[in-house]
Design a protein around this ligand. Structure first.
Ligand SMILES: [Ca+2]
Ligand SMILES: [Ca+2]
Ligand SMILES: [Ca+2]
Ligand SMILES: [Ca+2]
Length: 683
């Protein structure tokens, strides 16, 4: 009986639909009669159906509502046969530019834009102090943001007021015009940043609607300003005046913009998917737009290239809200894999509710303002529990904390570096109290950042987390553990700044019952900076190689740490000198576990993505040409003639079936197709 049901399921009727730039609204959606828009396919698709999209650039607001696939019959949207399909959230600015002032040009449009591109690269929203993408100064909060005076006097002002502390050439008092009505990006909450309209301005002081009291901290106040034409004073800056629908631009190289390819963002989402389970988006590219899933369980995004997918709408005066970003809400068991997210504003991606997976994805240049996001404002946020964050490569990120992936999650085989530029505090893997029980942080490389590597935070109520087989170097504090009953074993850590490599805090929870086992690190102690001698590790400190005790450098025991080979040297006495302890079961090769993150003769695991971003999607974004499809051109020589008839005859004689020759879409190739072809030739 079971078998019969299974067979029935396998034979669920399914359709293929085709969409092409040379299709038509009146077509049938077949290969030889493709639709013009994806929405045409959506409207008739059912479980098991596939929508093949032919090469080209599409600008569409696709709405998918209440279209469920099922486990063996998902609803799939994909590019056809490795062709390049781009959903574009921008439009070309084609109106004439006229000189405005100096190198600044102006044009008018009849729609609102909130991001501007020249040759597919983002221009800077006119700001003060200046910063740009090209030289990386957009990430330099110390030199390219203004500062508040709160660090010298914590009672200097209250929430809702900012008093500027001049530094270098940056002084609000000397700005020379009134900034009222502009937008301030305010990092006044250490790891939290808010945007507000400037209400009043006087000398070195301005006011704004106060931020949440919980998001106001009296240290490290930094800010920058936008949304005023006066801020447009350098190359690469642009401004949009929503009242007069005018764009102002100082183009790179002082070039006349009439000679440039300029585009403006007008869309947040190309795919807006709600109440639809088992929907898959595959092999699609997004420029200046992205996807949104709501109440869609078991959905997937695979092999997608997202470039500038999301952007704050500050240029339109919209403040205090998250940007529209790549997101899954109220959706469980979804997977985003083998995709690239580059140049995002806001989080790179957020996924709610439970059991979601982000795997084998590339993240680069994520969020240069980090404002108004949820929770502690991270680079990637996953809600709920039992999520998996695996094999991702991430670098160049503004948020203080990179990952917040929910409770009892698995974070493994990731390569994460270069983060935290625009906020205080934070860590690459930052777990608050509720997230710690049973979280697995393992087999990651965490390196080269001004933040902590792994951090179990809170006031000490967290417990039961696992941090093992990670390699952590050149961060500011390798592993920092608060709470109790945690399991910290077989990590390799060195060169992590002034702070210690592995910090099992004596304070805040005390780490009663925490097991620190088989680690190799130059500095393991019970304090952020204090020595092991003055601050011995609390809990069960068992069988670690600790530079504080050995007075040696662990790097001398590794094959080639400069070139990321962190295995133990062939002859090392650390091989097989690990032990099993307590309830921890350490995986191992040979007679016993080794010390540190790599097991001799074991798997030489390399974390991060298993594919090349350059090879898959290229370093620069280039729009593909729309494919012109000549129906009836069987041999693809751009003419329809007797040679095509010969090709069809040959297929008939040799019993070959190719979609392109099945002109009447009846799944056979026979004389009827020749008749159709003759009709095309004659017409
Ligand atoms: Ca400026
Ligand atoms: Ca071993
Ligand atoms: Ca031909
Ligand atoms: Ca046919």
């Amino acid at each position: 009986m079971k078998k019969i049901i299974y067979i029935l399921i396998c034979f669920v009727y399914s359709n293929e639909y085709y969409v092409s730039k040379s299709g038509s609204l009146s077509n049938l959606g077949t290969y030889n009669s493709p639709f013009l828009s994806v929405q045409q396919a959506v409207d008739i698709m059912e479980a098991g159906d596939i929508c093949y999209i032919r090469q080209g650039v599409y600008h569409e607001n696709i709405s998918i509502d209440n279209k469920d696939g099922n486990e063996s019959n998902p609803i799939i949207f994909t590019s056809y046969n490795n062709e390049r399909v781009v959903f574009d959230g921008t439009v070309k600015i084609e109106n004439e530019w006229i000189p405005y002032s100096g190198n600044i040009w102006k044009t008018e449009i009849d729609f609102d834009i909130w991001q501007l591109f020249v040759d597919n690269e983002e221009m800077v929203m006119a700001r003060w102090p200046n910063a740009n993408f090209e030289d990386g100064s957009i990430w330099d909060k110390e030199n390219n943001w203004a500062h508040g005076i709160i660090d010298s006097d914590e009672n200097a002002y209250v929430n809702g007021t900012m008093i500027d502390e001049p530094h270098g050439n940056i002084s609000l008092e000397n700005i020379g015009f009134d900034i009222s009505g502009s937008v301030a990006i305010l990092n006044v909450g250490s790891f939290e940043t808010y945007t507000r309209e400037v209400l009043t301005h006087n000398g070195n002081t301005f006011t704004y609607e106060p931020v949440d009291e919980s998001g106001w901290r009296t240290k490290h106040h930094d800010y920058f300003l936008e949304k005023k034409l006066e801020f447009l004073d350098s190359e690469g800056e642009w401004f949009y005046d929503i009242n007069s629908s005018s764009i102002y631009l100082w183009a790179p190289g002082n070039v006349n913009p009439n000679s440039l390819n300029i585009r403006g963002k007008i869309q947040s989402y190309a795919f807006d998917i709600v109440n639809s389970d088992y929907v898959e988006i595959r092999n699609i590219e997004f420029f200046g737009t992205t996807f949104k899933f709501h109440n869609c369980d078991y959905s997937k995004v695979y092999n997608c290239n997202l470039v500038y997918p999301s952007c704050y709408k500050r240029m339109l005066g919209i403040v205090g809200v998250e940007p529209d970003m790549s997101i899954f809400t109220s959706s469980s068991n979804c997977i985003v894999s083998n995709s690239a997210f580059r140049y995002t504003d806001g989080s790179a991606i957020e996924m709610y509710s439970n059991n979601n997976t982000i795997e084998n994805c590339y993240f680069y240049h994520i969020d240069y303002s980090v404002a108004d996001l949820s929770s502690v404002m991270t680079t990637v946020r996953m809600g709920g529990s039992n999520n998996i964050f695996r094999r991702n490569t991430m670098h160049k990120m503004g948020a203080s904390s990179t990952l917040n992936v929910g409770n009892a999650s698995i974070i493994e085989l990731n390569d994460i570096s270069d983060s935290g530029y625009l906020q205080s505090d934070g860590a690459l893997v930052h777990c608050m109290i509720n997230q710690q029980p049973n979280i697995q942080v393992r087999y990651n490389w965490l390196h080269d950042t001004i933040k902590y590597g792994v951090r179990f935070d809170g006031e000490g109520d967290g417990y039961g987390g696992y941090v093992h087989h990670n390699v952590i170097w050149n961060v500011q504090g390798g592993i920092m553990i608060k709470g109790y009953n945690h399991n910290i074993y077989n990590n390799t850590a060195f060169d992590n700044g002034d702070k210690n490599d592995i910090i099992i805090m004596i304070e805040q929870g005390g780490n009663d019952g925490t097991i620190t086992l088989n680690n190799i690190a130059n500095k393991i102690a019970g304090h952020r900076t204090g020595t092991y001698e003055s601050h011995p590790v609390p809990g069960n400190y068992v069988n670690n190689w600790n530079g504080y005790e050995t007075n040696l450098d662990i790097k001398d025991f590794l094959v080639d740490p400069e070139n990321n080979d962190f295995r133990l040297l062939e002859s090392s006495s650390l091989i097989d000198s690990g032990i099993q302890y307590g309830d921890i079961s350490v995986d191992y090769y040979g007679a016993y576990p080794d010390l540190g993150a790599y097991e001799h003769d074991g798997d030489h695991w390399i974390p991060g993505i298993t594919w090349s971003v350059e090879e898959q999607f290229g370093t620069e974004f280039i729009f593909p040409q729309d494919i012109e499809i000549l129906f009836g051109d069987i041999n693809l020589d751009n003419i329809i003639n007797v040679v095509d008839i010969v090709a069809v005859v040959n297929m008939i004689l040799s019993d070959i079936y190719e979609l392109i020759a099945d002109l009447n879409d009846d799944q056979i190739i026979n004389v009827l197709d020749i008749v159709q072809l003759v009709d095309i030739i004659l017409s």
